[in-house]
Design a protein around this ligand. Sequence first.
Ligand code: F6P
Length: 548
Amino acid sequence: MAVTDAPLHSALTALRDDQADTPKNMREAFKADPQRFAKFSLTDGDLLLDWSKCAVTADTMALLDKLAHAARLPERRDGMFSGKKINVTEGRAVLHTALRDGPGDTVLLDGKDVMGDVRAVLDAMAAFADAVRSGAAPGATGKKITDIVNIGIGGSDLGPAMATLALAPYHDGPRAHYVSNVDGAHIHDTLKGLEPETTLFIIASKTFTTIETMTNAETARKWVEKALGKEAVSKHFAAVSTALDKVASFGIAPERVFGFWDWVGGRYSLWSAIGLPIMIAVGPKNFRDFLAGAHEMDQHFKTAPLLKNIPVVMGLIGYFHRVVCGYPARAVIPYDQRLSRLPAYLQQLDMESNGKQVTVNGLRVTTPTGPLVWGEPGTNGQHAFFQLLHQGTDIIPVEFLAAAEGHEPELRHHHDLLLANCLAQSEALMKGRTLEEARRQMLTKGMPVEEVDRVAPHRVFPGNRPSVTLLYRKLDPHMLGRLIALYEHRVFVEGVLYGINSFDQWGVELGKELATGLLPVVEGTEDAARNDASTAGLVRHIHQLRAA
Ligand code: F6P
């Protein structure tokens, strides 16, 4: 927040003062108010958000609403949708929402409707996806494509990889693989099980300069050329990029190149041609349902009053936990195995967007900004790091996600167990267990009193640990679209409250620049004299290990 931003500052001060009165004992808060769940949950169709297990009161929510208005959240939101150049450090509009707009929509950028181009690319993607899926676009020897390998990293990998896994029950096209890491092990292990004749590579890079992607793309091209000859390349490669000139010089046939635009940020790009591997895997119809779900969430975000607006409330609670309560992290725990890549996807979406230290005006922020985001699916996480969530010394708010229904009706018992575990964890975090309760439980089991005295403190759970739960009917393409758009908007809301630009990512640049300079040093063609002593020592050790 800019120090000069007086209304925002006084809204935050009021919130901090209010914190002294918010319920500290959540069990008591639930007992005292039978309407607590009704007051602090909301639905949008078959999606529910419950934040009643967070230490908020009606006053807290009213103050958060004021804070959102002081930060001019509605105006900022409308500015994004209307194509204002809100990414001020790159001079760009932020219009990924246009990618999921409906047939009748118009989105003007610099006075020109972008929707014609958006629809043309979507139609071209669908035609190509259908051709690959049906066998009408076979490999060089005429065999149908059985495997696609997406080569990309960051936003050109995480979104499609996450969504492909999430939509596994809808997957009726070629198998989809994702190679991102420049570590040769990644492409090596992926190609090991594949046949060049039936493999299609999609080179996905917004800039078409990312070293990891270009290195993997070269390796893939050599793999195809070695098996099938140079002429085969055109039948085994497609590309997705905003830099169409650079793609052309890689040698990919123009009809297999799908463009997008600089107003689509990398981490917001899975709705664009970057979604091509998802479309090939699940088919154009399911991909369009995915877009329609995101569009539905856009409408909700645009029109619902702030405290009835799921992304806004999630953003307000996120801000409350980070800035007012000072919690450094949040855990995202999908009780939905097919969302197992969601935490990794959200790490980029959230941390690359809101991990900033200056305001949109370049002033040093005066509050913390984005938290550390991490997680794993439940129930697996329960048997790994939940110990720390329940009894560790830091409070880490948790976000639970769960579907009321699975895709395997014959395995209903599994799903009931999954849901029981999800609900039990949020209840345990909230209720905890007192020393008295721990003692009573052990005494009832007949444990000797001395043993009870010794062990009871270890069995105490402090409780009052906040969590929110997102509950939905079923993880179908439409719901996945809604969930991902919800998270995008939540990140936007928090960014507005922090007063930062959520749409640039200068923090990734320094390491990239230094890596370029270090390559000849690692290769041994330049010495490390210009590097610091630690870096030089590490390089020396690498060379010694290689020589041994
Ligand atoms: O290094 C960060 C980043 O620029 C991300 O923002 C982006 O998603 C990723 O690299 C990949 O970039 P590109 O799609 O241009 O290869």
